[in-house]
Design a protein around this ligand. Structure first.
Ligand code: HEC
Length: 132
């Protein structure tokens, strides 16, 4: 009986840990989405984010490095370096730091689209990625 109890306590701890990690991650995402709205974006549109993600510009797209699914690891087209999955469901370490998110949006939008992404585009992409 005691054993049963400790197993249950352990599972509760694990569940609390997982929920805790997720709510931390989504609080960063939420504050980014709010910031994009303050910069003029309207409600995020995840479908449109998905379209931007897979759209090609010459031979470049977000999926060039991040693979054909946010659930899978990618590899950098130039360096071959492993890039962990983008989906929060398989990689809870994602979207923990607004500075990191902004740094890579800037760099990757410029490389892929040849320009910066607008607040609306970033909002759409982030809402799609974080819901995967
Ligand atoms: C040339 C390769 C490459 C392309 C193309 C690329 N990325 Fe990335 N991206 C990276 C690398 C490298 C990182 C940083 C390493 C990591 O976070 O695993 C990264 C990280 C990110 C992050 C930060 C995630 C976090 O955990 O905070 C976002 C957001 C992102 N990319 C969005 C995009 C978008 C949007 C596009 C398309 C417009 C794109 N990337 C295209 C290589 C690329």
């Amino acid at each position: 009986m005691n054993r049963m109890k400790s197993v249950m306590q352990l599972s509760l701890l694990v569940i609390a840990g997982v929920l805790g990690a997720n709510s931390y991650a989504s609080s960063v995402v939420d504050s980014m989405l709010t910031e994009y709205q303050q910069q003029g974006a309207v409600m995020p549109d995840a479908n449109s984010g998905r379209e931007i993600w897979f759209s090609t510009h010459g031979d470049r797209s977000c999926s060039s490095c991040h693979s054909d699914s946010p659930l899978k690891s990618g590899s950098h087209v130039k360096t071959g370096k492993l890039i962990e999955p983008m989906a929060l469901s398989v990689n809870p370490d994602r979207y923990q730091e607004s500075k990191k998110i902004e740094k890579w949006f800037l760099r990757n939008c410029k490389w892929t689209l040849g320009r910066e992404c607008s607040a609306q585009e970033k909002s759409n992409i982030l809402s799609w990625l974080s819901s995967q």
